[in-house]
Design a protein around this ligand. Structure first.
Ligand code: VGL
Ligand code: ZN
Length: 202
């Protein structure tokens, strides 16, 4: 068992990010057995859940004429417009049925404010509205994080970069992640995570 100052952070292992889902990540479901095994190893474990209202500003359908995967400008910067996904209370927003959720200490929901997206488990996409996860981990004495989940190039990367900036030691276990890879976003995200000081482990 890992010591109490280490936490496993499992990002968005939800139906909509798995094959058949609204924003399916290729092989998203393949990571579930590995993630479940990791849950047995860590004393502290947190699951995150992308959790959007139906009128969320990140959905292309809420921008007349906009195509899914196109870019728009939000008050906080550029934003990809996604197919509607992870709508609160729907099957798509639920965790993959084989993910072991019972062992989790905390399930952190994010992206619930209609006007702002939240890729990172720590800050919304304005990079200043906190989710509260920093306080949760630091008050529990956690200093080292292992990140796994979906998608490597969006929610995992934003979380890893924020965590490193907040002073956590960060390891990203790529074997237990899968990427969307939109226009080279995976290569860019890996460079960004490395530059922020995250340890990338195959
Ligand atoms: C995610 C796009 C939109 C993710 C969430 O979990 O990586 N990506 N919402
Ligand atoms: Zn989302």
């Amino acid at each position: 068992m890992r010591p109490d100052h280490e936490a496993l952070i499992v990002i968005d292992v939800q139906n909509d990010f798995c094959p058949g889902g609204a924003l399916a990540v290729a092989g998203g479901d393949e990571i579930v057995p590995r993630v479940n095994a990791l849950m047995d190893e860590f004393a502290v474990k947190v699951l995150t859940q992308d959790w959007h209202p139906a009128d969320h500003a990140s959905f292309a359908a809420n921008h007349p004429g906009a195509a899914p995967f196109s870019l728009t400008e939000m008050p906080y910067g550029p934003q990809v417009l996604w197919p509607a996904h992870c709508i609160q209370g729907t099957h798509g927003a639920a965790f993959h049925k084989d993910l072991a959720t019972d062992p989790a200490d905390l399930i952190l929901r994010k992206g619930f404010r209609p006007a702002i997206d939240s890729y990172s488990a720590f800050f919304e996409n304005d990079h200043e509205t906190p989710t509260g996860l920093e306080g949760y981990l630091k008050t529990r004495g956690v200093r080292e994080l292992t990140l796994v989940g979906l998608a490597t190039d969006f929610c995992v990367a934003y979380s890893a970069i924020d965590a490193a900036r907040l002073g956590f030691g960060v390891t990203v276990l790529e074997a237990a992640c899968r990427a969307i890879d939109l226009d080279g976003s995976l290569a860019k995200a890996r460079d960004g995570m490395r530059a922020a000081g995250a340890r990338m482990v195959a």
